[in-house]
Every structure is written in structure tokens, then in C-alpha cells.
Design a protein around this ligand. Structure first.
Ligand code: 13P
Length: 308
């Protein structure tokens, strides 16, 4: 896209945000141009917290659908927009409310911990939500003897299980982008850059193989923060590649090597500057949750926020 067109689109978006009294909340995997326009840029937990406290009547969520749904649950009286309704999440598609109800009936008395990457219907069937940054804390908030059903990401669940003494049953779900991140290229990168710190997101498909090699296993905001704080000059980054924009921009003297340059989420990239502009122009696409589902789903999200 020619730079002048990009600039003019960005300017129009900035001005329309003011006219609409809207805030733009973006995830760390969004395209760089959208990250630059965000009033808040962060991970799933940060986005939910920001949305919960926003004063503006319009919240434009540049992320995937469950993120906009979380904002809608936490702000029932505001207009929640997403630029493209096709910005879904493969992980949240891994379990339906019916499947969860059936699983619960096999484990009476177990507590359900749902990763936020789930539909509102699944959240409504859960006891509490979690994100990659607070999953361990949430699981450990239950009494040690209580069984846990963890949905839907088995890798995040495995990681939590490896760090806690809890009896955790895992749902067989995964993120189609993070499963592409494999151990062989990471081993090669570690050989090529022996001084590099290896930072990994817990959704990665190579979690079990690489857990012992990772310097830190963190949420996307955790990775951003660690890159700032660490004295290392090089990093191997195992997560979706959208995070590299922010890492490179905020750490000019440091080098970041993606563990899988092809690990790009096409759903996150559905949002473009044009669609952001149209979304603000036409106040579309509105994301709402039916009140009966919303009441229960909101409780799961609010319990999470109270613990984290
Ligand atoms: P974070 O909460 O770590 O940003 O992860 C969100 C996500 O959807 C990862 O695929």
C-alpha cells in the first residue's frame, strides 16, 4: 500500500475516533499500522481490563471475535465494534457449550476453568476464565482437592499442570497458528544464537518438547515486558509473528528471531486499516451477547478479574 494512502487512512481514523468518542483496543498480534493507532495495545487480560474501565461509549476491538465478546460482556451498555466479523479464533472453535456440558456431566463436582479464547456460551458454562498470564493463579485459587476441567487449549493446560499439583483434565484443543511452532527450528536458532534468550507462549505446539529449553514461558505482554527488562541483546520468540512489530519498535538495540516466521494468524490479520475506518464510519460490526448467556459468562470473566 502506498505510504501516502496509509497516512491518510491513519489520519482519518484518528479524527473519526474523536468524532465517535471511540477508543481503539488492539491485541499484540494486529498488523503494525493498527498497533500504531491503538489507545490500548496488549494481551487478552490487558484488553479486558482496559475495556472494563473505558469511559468512552464506543469500543473498537482490533483482535479476534472472542476479544470483542469479552468487551461486550464487560460493557453491556456500550457499542462494541469489530472491523471484520470473520476475525474468529480456531481455538475457541475447539469446544461448544454442548460439548462442555457433556464433559461436565462425566466429572460431577469438577471446576471448569475456561481460557478466554472461548465463546460466551462456553464461558457461561464455566466457573472462571483465565488468560495465558494468569492461568496458574486461577487454577491455584481452587482448593487442592478439587478436580479441574481445563478448556480448550491443551498446551496451556499442560503447562499449568506441570507447575501445579492439581488434578487437571485437559480438553484436546489447540491454536492452529501456535501448533505450527515446532522444536527443530528452535534448536537450530539456539545453536546459531547461543546467547539469545528464548521466550515462549504457552499455546505453542512444541511446549512439551521445549518447556525445559525456554528461559521464560509468558503471555504476549509478558514477552514484551521481559524483552524490555532483560539484559540480553538477542531473543528467540515463539509466538504469532505480529508481536515482532512492537518488540522491534520498543527495543531498537535488540534482535528478535521468530521461532516460526510462518506462524501468522490469518484471523488476526483480517483487520486492516480500511476496515477499521469503515467500522468507525458505519458503526459496524456490532458485537452483542444475548442477556441470559451474558449474565453467566460475565460472572466467569469477573471472577477472573477479581483473582488477577
Ligand atoms: P495473550 O493473552 O498472551 O495475548 O494470548 C492471546 C492469544 O489469543 C494467543 O493466541
Amino acid at each position: 500500500m502506498p505510504e501516502t494512502l496509509t497516512l491518510s487512512l491513519a489520519d482519518k481514523i484518528r479524527s473519526l475516533k474523536k468524532t465517535r468518542n471511540a477508543v481503539l483496543v488492539a491485541h499484540n498480534y494486529q498488523i503494525g499500522e493498527i498497533q500504531e493507532l491503538a489507545d490500548y495495545l496488549g494481551d487478552s487480560l490487558g484488553m479486558a481490563k482496559f475495556a472494563a474501565q473505558a469511559r468512552e461509549p464506543v469500543i473498537l476491538v482490533c483482535g479476534v471475535h472472542f476479544m470483542a465478546e469479552s468487551a461486550a460482556l464487560l460493557n453491556p451498555n456500550k457499542t462494541i465494534l469489530i472491523p471484520d466479523l470473520e476475525a474468529g479464533c480456531s481455538l475457541s472453535e475447539c469446544i461448544t457449550a454442548d460439548q462442555l456440558r457433556a464433559w461436565k456431566s462425566e466429572h460431577p463436582g469438577a471446576a471448569v476453568v475456561a481460557y478466554v479464547n472461548t465463546s460466551a456460551e462456553v464461558k457461561a458454562e464455566s466457573d472462571v476464565c483465565c488468560t495465558s498470564s494468569n492461568a496458574l493463579k486461577i487454577v491455584e485459587s481452587f482448593p487442592p482437592e478439587r478436580e479441574i476441567l481445563f478448556v480448550p487449549d491443551m498446551y496451556l493446560g499442560q503447562w499449568v499442570r506441570s507447575r501445579s499439583q492439581r488434578k487437571i483434565h485437559l480438553w484436546n484443543g489447540s491454536c492452529h497458528t501456535h501448533v505450527r511452532i515446532r522444536s527443530e527450528p528452535i534448536l537450530q536458532l539456539k545453536q546459531q544464537h547461543p546467547k539469545a534468550e528464548f521466550l515462549m507462549h504457552p499455546e505453542c505446539g512444541c511446549l512439551t518438547a521445549c518447556m525445559h529449553l525456554a528461559d521464560k514461558i509468558l503471555s504476549t505482554d509478558g514477552i514484551i515486558q521481559r524483552a524490555h527488562e532483560s539484559s540480553a541483546k538477542e531473543f528467540i520468540i515463539a509466538t504469532e509473528t505480529g508481536i515482532l512489530h512492537r518488540l522491534n519498535k520498543e527495543n531498537p538495540g535488540k534482535k528478535f528471531y521468530p521461532a516460526a516466521p510462518e506462524a501468522t494468524c490469518e484471523f488476526m490479520k483480517k483487520n486492516t486499516l480500511e476496515k477499521v475506518l469503515w467500522s468507525l464510519e458505519d458503526l459496524r460490526y456490532r458485537v452483542t451477547v444475548p442477556e441470559e448467556t451474558a449474565q453467566k459468562a460475565r460472572q466467569s470473566l469477573e471472577r477472573m478479574m477479581a483473582i488477577s
